[in-house]
Design a protein around this ligand. Sequence first.
Ligand SMILES: [Zn+2]
Length: 527
Amino acid sequence: MTHVYLSSHVKQIYFFQILPMSRILLFLLPFLSSPLFAQEPSKESLKPCGTLGVSDWLRDYRFRSPVFDRSEDTLWVALQPHLMGKDSGTGRITYEKFLNSFCQLNEDFAASNIQFYFKNEWDLLNETDWYAHSTIPKGIEMMLTNNVPDALNTYFVADPAGNCGYNLPYGGVAIGHNCAGAGSHTWSHEVGHALSLPHPFIGWEGKTYSFNVPTPATLTYDYTYFHDTLETQVPAPLDTALVELINGSNCAQAADLICDSKPDFLSYRWDCDVQNLSTTKQKDPLGAEFFSDGTLFMSYALDHCQSRFSPEEIGIMRATLLTEKANWVAPAMLEQAINEQPVAIEPIQDQIVPDSGALFTWKSVPNAKRYLVQASRFANFSFKQIDVITTDTFLTAGLLTPSLKYYWRIRPFNDWHTCAPFGELSTFHTASLSESSEPDADGFRYYPSLLSVGMPLMLELPDAWLDHVVQCSVFDAAGRLMWQSNVGLLSSKSSLEIPSIHWPSGIYRLLLSSVPGVKWGTLLVKR
Ligand SMILES: [Zn+2]
């Protein structure tokens, strides 16, 4: 473990340590991952990017002797994911969307021969103030508290200070959940910043280009938080950018200092035509007219326009990795690609399984280190009853809803390759629930274990428990106390009013504690 703990914030890094040890695995996350409960800013309501500035490294780049770079060599770059949830542990990006995002990042960088791998296990943090942070300084705090050394740290949050994403040169990358996933290039754009690339339209951030106003020769911009180090950060400094000419005469000194990213003055999200050019015509300070190139990941063109970094941009990113970020680069790829489909062993073909403790098994997939296993009542998996990552080739489920058809599927991955798809769907049926269990050896039982709203719970207690105060507690699947009450039970058969009316559907633990002993059981609340 190389995580740095600098704060008292509660961290959960349970992903890789706990799962292999567990033999009963169940993350029942239906109400946690449901879009009904999402309160995340939409992509359209977020600015495309919060990053500004040109790094000192890039300013010096063309004056330094070139680095030795065999461009056919793949550079393997360590990346540390930090997946933020709220204090309650809810709201985190889904595992599936995160795997898709990482796959997209590596596809976007394939032409650069730059590929990313997970440095350590995913860091599952819970901190509402970071999950939706309204200011860059809050994001600085988040990063400086949780960053790991020798890796590109990336934070997935609901709201990165009102942007789809940003990069802090001394911190890391923050990405908004709604700007992630397959087909979204925000992560690639921000990693481009982390590897020294400015916007092609630098200087125009926060300004609106107008064709009817003469284009200035220079622009000033405030890059308070985006200096190379925290130490060089000073309040409200203004820097000046030369505005790039279409004839290329000042391309090495103007805007992003990169010549094969042509002039672009569009600092808002824009759509492109069939040639991936802007529909907004612009003119440079000499009056020469042009349209912006939407194929560049570093532009603000919509995702469907973007497809590339320019050759000069690629050279700058690779030179950054071979010099000031050499500590991010691994000497070799350690895990091979996954090319085989996962195959379910059981349950398959509508096999009946118990509603509790059902065993799922599948064949080991060559090169897979982990598996994402999902089960859902719906073939499109819009709502998932099981959403678990394991290193095993089996999984023992907890409680499922009885008497229902389910679909389940497996997606193999490792720390270097996350593009392998899910295997084919398998189906099973859960057996019906026995609503009351047999009394245990002491004569204790409770029913029904499937509670609907307003229904009291019946308790049958051993005689030794009568006339004692019994502490009754109910915990949710995450172990949080939902309700607790001390009751005196005077007869061997009593009813208990459990205030489950506002509780989400799911499994709960009932714990009864008294002088004669402790009893516990499982309750299922169904809305
Ligand atoms: Zn940007």
